[in-house]
Design a protein around this ligand. Sequence first.
Ligand code: FES
Length: 121
Amino acid sequence: MPGFDCHLFVCCNRREPGHPRGCCDPEATGALKAALKEALKKAKVPGLARVNEAGCLDQCEYGPTVVIYPQQIWYGQVTLADVPRIVEETIVGGKILSDLKIPDECLNTKGKVPWRRGDAT
Ligand code: FES
């Protein structure tokens, strides 16, 4: 049986309101994970892709965060409206969405390097 071609890890971490780092799923709905799963089911994805719930991915300041492995594509400030593009353009089409990509120089800085979605990468 073939292995997965990619995993989409979706941060579903929840912290108490007012936490200085915030969190990716403050209402604990798992809505982003569920939407990605549903969209993947409907898409004609080449190979095998799987959505996995993740705890904190340590990019909280840029969340909600999704990381795609093994391609190592980090997306930040992801909304439900982004789900179709992530599936169709990135997972099916292989295109990195520059408006959602957290730049490498921001990763693991605990937000010390400012970034907002749509900033040039
Ligand atoms: S809470 Fe989502 S990356 Fe930390």
